[in-house]
Design a protein around this ligand. Sequence first.
Ligand SMILES: C[S@@+](CC[C@H](N)C(=O)[O-])C[C@H]1O[C@@H](n2cnc3c(N)ncnc32)[C@H](O)[C@@H]1O
Length: 190
Amino acid sequence: MLGIPDEMFIRNEKIPMTKEEIRVLALSKAKLFHGAKFVDIGSGTGSVTVEAGLYVGSKGKVYAIEKDPNAVELTRKNVEKFDLHNVTIIQGESPDVLKEIREEVDAIFVGGSERLEDSLVASNEILKKKGRIVIDAILLETAVKAMEVLNSMNYNPQIIEVIIAKGMKTSKGYAMLSRNPIFIVYGEKP
Ligand SMILES: C[S@@+](CC[C@H](N)C(=O)[O-])C[C@H]1O[C@@H](n2cnc3c(N)ncnc32)[C@H](O)[C@@H]1O
């Protein structure tokens, strides 16, 4: 079951989190399954890592890659909070540290888009055939770049724009608060 409420994670206002509804969509586009091997590039708070770790279960595996030491610590705390034992946290920058993953994986999520093109090209090296890459982008330029690179690798990329508002209870009723509009780009390795 996907969709852990955001409130259940330990958070840090300086580290932006992929929101609950976006995680559900992104991981469904990744075609995650029980036993899958998954990579989270730019794990930040660890919300996607935790969600994926719970979903793939004890026979699956999650690699969380994060360059910011504070975010690495936060990922570690959330992995511990959810008592996960199938997560390997790798501190460092993608694509440099992707070579530390010495097996093929089923899906890769890119939530940290610095050095995007190089990360996607290196991701292709460790992804199984028919495996999926999913990129979460706030900027239009990031989404366009992701589409271009996936196209050049024959991944037949798709893109969706997600606009969600969540109800917040006030004294007068529910106010619908906007979640950041976001692009999700995804494609499958031929
Ligand atoms: C939007 S935030 C985190 C989103 C994360 N999915 C979450 O739910 O918390 C993006 C993170 O990616 C990291 N990042 C960006 N580019 C990266 C790269 N090339 N390699 C590793 N980490 C990266 C940043 O340090 C930041 O913590």
